[in-house]
Write a protein that binds this ligand. Structure first.
Ligand code: SF4
Length: 331
């Protein structure tokens, strides 16, 4: 067995880790959390030291890109100390964060200084009341100020992520694209994934495919297929005459599993090999039983990769297969 890098049974080399640092969030987006969300007890969440040990093991096995996720990662106390340690690792080609943007007004310069290169900022609506209804928090202005602060901080790239729902915000697709173009940002439109228990709406009624979204954008803008390969699930198109790329993340309508190079670790230390399956390895138990034993951790990761499934099996008319809150797996 090759223990110097992570290769799954289908020959896919794992170079990308999504590391969730908290299940908590200051928003309560309707497709993600209930208002009275029960979070994991703090002792169940990996410590910053344990999170670094996990990242270190993955880096030792060839991971070159790490994305910090949540919940909302920026509500994790002392996150900057972890980011500074990761930012100092020369092996990493990329250190990125996915955030709801609410804390960026204060933290953007410190994140950049710590070595974070790219940000993904969630933004589903530019309309205050709608934003408040989606997130159950009236904080659009705070997020927009956070986006401005991030632009000023000089990240390599900032991307907006918008979950599009038919009849809810699909009429804002063009407004969101204009917003991104005006600010030199990229934007990805995401089909809602069948994860978590959502009671506020039926997903069949709100499903809006990436193809529909792209057709709307093409009513106003020319899009050309971008050669950008991020290793992520987005397929990118360049908006002609702008710096903006538009991405489409389509877990339902296009199968992107074939070149999946990523795994996730939840805030509770579960290694999730694929969002569409329940295979998971409890890294926390291992970390706490054998603290400081990096070799054992790396060996466990190599062995776990044998369980990475070939593909997910989401379909918009299928029963939800995975009942797991997005805030636990870090999207
Ligand atoms: S979708 Fe993101 S911002 Fe919204 S509640 Fe979930 S973790 Fe928080």
């Amino acid at each position: 067995m090759n223990t110097s890098q992570l290769v799954d049974p289908f020959g896919r080399r794992i170079t990308y880790l999504r590391l969730s640092v908290t299940d908590r969030c200051d928003f309560r987006c309707t497709y993600c959390m209930s208002e009275d969300m029960q979070f994991a007890p703090r002792a169940q969440i990996l410590s910053l030291e344990e999170l670094y040990a996990v990242a270190d093991a993955f880096i030792g096995l060839g991971v070159r890109r790490i994305r910090i996720t949540g919940g909302e990662p920026l509500v994790r106390k002392n996150l900057l100390s972890l980011l500074q340690r990761l930012g100092a690792r020369d092996e990493l080609d990329d250190l990125a964060i996915t955030t709801n943007g609410s804390q960026l007004g204060e933290l953007a310069p410190q994140l950049r200084a710590a070595g974070v290169r790219r940000l993904n900022i969630s933004l589903d609506s530019l309309q205050r009341e709608r934003f408040a209804a989606f997130t159950r928090r009236d904080k659009l202005d705070q997020v927009l100020a956070g986006i401005d602060a991030a632009r000023a901080a000089g990240f390599d790239r900032i991307k907006l992520n918008s979950v599009v729902q038919s009849g809810r915000n699909d009429d804002e697709v063009l407004d969101l694209v204009e917003f991104a173009i005006d600010r030199g940002l990229d934007i990805s439109f995401i089909e809602e994934m069948p994860l978590g228990s959502v009671v506020s709406h039926s997903r069949e009624q709100t499903f809006c495919s990436s193809d529909e979204v792209r057709q709307r954008i093409e009513q106003r803008h020319s899009l050309v297929r971008s050669s950008t390969v991020t290793g992520g699930p987005s397929r990118y198109w360049q908006v002609v005459g702008s710096d903006t790329r538009v991405g489409f993340i389509s877990p339902h309508s296009h199968n992107f599993c074939g070149d999946c190079n990523r795994v996730r670790v939840t805030a509770e230390g579960k290694l999730v090999l694929c969002l569409g399956h329940d295979n998971a390895l409890d890294l926390k138990r291992l970390l706490r039983a054998h603290p400081g034993d990096g070799e054992r951790l790396r060996q466990a990761l190599v062995e776990a990769l044998r369980l990475k499934p070939e593909r997910h099996h989401f379909a918009s008319d299928e029963q939800v297969q995975v009942v797991r809150f997005m805030s636990m797996t870090g999207g």
